[in-house]
Design a protein around this ligand. Structure first.
Ligand SMILES: [Zn+2]
Length: 406
């Protein structure tokens, strides 16, 4: 392995220069007028993968191309892993907030500043350089690797499901590595083992066929805005727990190792509140912020609209009211089941003198990796080697040894 490490050390400067080239491409997927720049980025990426010794191609989709790169074919059967990344970036607006141009990378205090440096070009570029170190030193890889870099992550990955279905055989693998999350701190590397899922929905309460005068009709006609507020209020209690029947039934308890990891991420709750301008946090005082924001399901009102909220007063019973809501799910909740539980609950509560319409929006399943997964252990070992310090999820090497302050 030392030949690989030596190669990585000896070529650091060139790697950074190449990453800067990659970062100079304004591959903004949200703005269709930037399509040519996005395609130029794809062309650069394919050429770069080939220069490393990978077979690489840009695969057309109904949206932006997906770059597929593979380690060279070798006879024999080895485990196959897929690395995921995305070459598209968010628009850098407002430009006046940037202290240096977003597509002219600079290094400041050891950090690269450029649009896409940490989301997500930097991460998968590191994977590419690791592969280059193996391939250019003639070191045999213990596995086959496919790198899949898409160009629509920032706009919802609309083409990805069709792409995945069409390339199912080529992408069949032992494990998929997604380097598109953060680490807790530079001195506390860690692997994201779980992500919350999502259900979003729009709830309409429809009453009279027009806004009514509250002096003439109030007391005889139900108020859709009141009904909506009463329905929403019964979905969550004052400490944030979701009250929808059966919603919490499949929530998996945290393992003691997961609890230990989250406890280590405690941080400063007072600073957290100050930063956000709030006087305290929601939820049980026995839970720290990382536990509340990663291990608990939620019910949130994202938007609420009804009646008159302009200048002065207008004493009406609004004809309808609408709320947009989202629910974060944890393992092992299922988005469709959660949506059905919400719909059934609201229908059971809604009075018969108004009409209720509920439409599901975005549904995404939660994800949680078993802490005993052997691939996770392998990834932790790799991270430990790279950072030379203990890794958050690494319970074996941490027990008995001093822990890292985050
Ligand atoms: Zn990303």
């Amino acid at each position: 392995m030392s030949i690989v490490h030596d190669y990585l050390d000896a070529n650091q400067e060139r790697f950074v220069a190449e990453l800067f080239e990659y970062l100079q491409h304004a591959s903004i997927s949200t703005q269709s007028e930037r399509k040519q720049e996005l395609l130029a980025c794809v062309e650069w990426l394919v050429a770069h993968c080939r220069s490393i010794g990978l077979t690489a191609r840009a695969v057309e989709t109904s949206g932006n191309p997906v770059v597929l790169a593979q380690t060279p074919y070798r006879p024999g059967k080895r485990p196959h892993f897929v690395l995921y990344g995305h070459y598209d970036v968010q628009p850098p607006d407002p430009l006046s907030e940037w202290v240096s141009p977003p597509f002219s990378p600079v290094i400041e205090n050891g950090f690269i500043r450029a649009r896409g440096a940490s989301d997500n070009k930097g991460q998968h570029f590191a994977h590419l350089k690791a592969l280059e170190a193996y391939l250019h030193t003639g070191t045999e890889l213990p596995c086959d690797i496919t790198i899949m870099i898409e160009g629509e992550e920032e706009v919802g990955s609309h083409s990805l499901p069709t792409f995945l279905a069409a390339h199912k055989a080529e992408l069949a693998c032992s494990a998929l590595v997604i380097s598109d999350t953060t680490i807790p701190a530079i001195n506390l590397p860690g692997i994201t083992c779980a992500l919350r899922g999502l259900v979003s929905a729009e709830i309409h309460v429809i009453g009279p066929n027009r806004d009514l005068h509250s002096g003439i009709y109030g007391g005889a006609v139900e108020n859709p805005a009141m009904v909506l507020c009463q329905l929403l209020a019964r979905c969550r209690d004052e400490i944030g727990d979701v009250l929808i029947p059966s919603f919490n039934d499949t929530v998996r308890e945290l393992s003691s190792e997961e609890q230990a990891d989250l406890a280590r991420l405690g941080g400063d709750e007072t600073a957290f509140c100050q930063k956000l301008g709030v006087t305290g946090t929601l939820g049980l005082p026995t839970l720290n912020v990382p536990m509340k924001t990663t291990a608990k399901p939620t019910f949130e009102v994202n938007g609420l609209a009804a009646g008159y909220a302009g200048e002065g007063i207008k004493t009406i019973i609004p004809s309808s009211a609408v709320a947009k809501i989202s629910m974060r799910l944890v393992a092992d909740q299922h988005p469709k089941t959660a949506f059905n539980a919400l719909e059934n609950y609201l229908r059971s509560l809604c009075p018969a003198n108004v009409r209720l319409e509920i439409a599901a929006g975005f549904l995404a399943a939660p994800y949680s990796l078993d802490s005993t997964n052997p691939y996770l252990s392998a990834a932790i070992s790799a991270l430990r080697v790279a950072f030379i310090i203990p890794v958050l999820n690494d319970h074996k090497s941490l027990s008995g040894s001093p822990r890292v302050d985050s």
